[in-house]
Write a protein that binds this ligand. Structure first.
Ligand SMILES: [Zn+2]
Length: 228
């Protein structure tokens, strides 16, 4: 990838975006990059933006047109579904007045420092300006996603209660199966958010309708199994 970047930088600045695009399109490196991202993605190669659909494209977080020298930068590659890549984010990369990027960079930042998921509604709210811009640009509350997250929350709850019953019977094989159910479903962010919020000061209110679930989410055994 360093060699390919070198070739792009040897072009004049005006010609770099076009050169970078054609190098990327014709490069044999796309497939291995796509495969490596697929292994790192949550669930079954799920999109790293919406968490819902299968990731099919390698998205350039900082768009090629804006920074062609990052076309072959590993940390600039994210696995995205075509809805997020081609219809939602596209070449958007907003900056503030000082030139600081206003999108959360998931390779360097914790999205939960900028976003709060209201579990009962499946809707993201911003905690920061970056969170607000990311919700808008990535369409994190677009039609279908909140409903999918509410469903995911219910699936997690059912699976965790099943895990607890299996634990009561000392059935480690069943316990592993339920953990895999949680880890393999779309919207991995929902379970991560549940685990976070269970330890937050407002947890008793967030989980007021399901205190048993809250107790489970705080169980060190379960947290270890899900977070490893
Ligand atoms: Zn997506």
């Amino acid at each position: 990838m360093a060699e390919l970047t070198e070739k792009i930088s040897s072009e004049s600045p005006a010609d770099r975006p076009e050169k970078a695009r054609s190098s990327w399109r014709n490069s044999t490196i796309r497939k291995p990059v796509r495969a490596a991202l697929g292994e790192m993605a949550a669930g079954f190669e799920t999109c790293m933006y919406c968490g819902e659909s299968r990731g099919t494209d390698v998205d350039h977080f900082e768009p090629i047109v804006r920074n062609p020298l990052r076309t072959f930068d590993w940390l600039n590659h994210l696995l995205a579904c075509s809805a997020c890549n081609s219809h939602q984010k596209r070449d958007q990369f907003p900056l503030d007045q000082d030139g600081t990027p206003l999108l959360i960079d998931p390779t360097a930042e914790d999205p939960f420092n900028h976003l709060l998921l209201t579990l009962s509604l499946g809707i993201y709210s911003p905690l920061t300006l970056k969170g607000e811009v990311t919700i808008e640009v990535c369409g994190l509350n677009r039609r279908g996603l909140p409903q999918g997250r509410m469903h995911a929350r219910n699936v997690v709850e059912l699976a965790l209660h099943a895990w607890d019953r299996a634990r009561g019977r000392d059935r480690s094989d069943e316990m592993r199966k339920h953990v895999r159910t949680v880890q393999g479903q779309p919207f991995a962010d929902v379970c991560q958010s549940m685990l976070r919020q269970a330890l937050s000061p407002g947890a008793d209110i967030v989980f007021s309708d399901s205190p048993d679930l809250l107790e489970l989410l705080r169980s060190p055994d379960l947290r270890q199994a899900l977070l490893r």
